[in-house]
Design a protein around this ligand. Structure first.
Ligand SMILES: [Zn+2]
Length: 87
C-alpha cells in the first residue's frame, strides 16, 4: 500500500490506473492534461468513465452476474483464511 502518498502524472489517470491508485490508498492525484486533452492525442479514456456510469445491461461489453451463490463460496473461503491480507 501507498497510503498517504501523492502521485503526479502528465495526464488524468485512465480507469485502470485510477483503480490502482484507489487500491493503493494514495491520498492525492495531481495531473496536468484532462481527459479531453488526452483524447486529442489518441487515448480514449473518457468513454470508459461514461461507460461505467451505465447500468450493466446498457454497457457495450456484455456484463452479467452469474452463479452468485457459487461465487460466495470463494468469498467465504477468503474470509475464513486466517492470514489474509486486509484491504
Ligand atoms: Zn492508465
Amino acid at each position: 500500500m501507498l497510503k498517504g502518498c501523492e502521485i503526479y502524472t502528465s495526464g488524468a489517470p485512465c480507469p485502470m490506473c485510477l483503480s490502482a491508485i484507489y487500491w493503493s490508498r494514495f491520498r492525492a492525484v495531481y495531473f496536468s492534461c484532462d481527459l479531453e486533452a488526452t483524447e486529442s492525442i489518441g487515448f480514449c479514456d473518457a468513454y470508459q468513465y461514461e461507460e461505467f456510469k451505465k447500468p450493466l445491461h446498457e454497457r457495450m461489453i456484455k456484463t452479467k452476474q452469474i452463479y452468485p451463490k457459487l461465487g460466495l463460496t470463494s468469498y467465504k473461503a477468503w474470509e475464513d483464511r486466517p492470514n489474509r491480507h486486509p484491504y
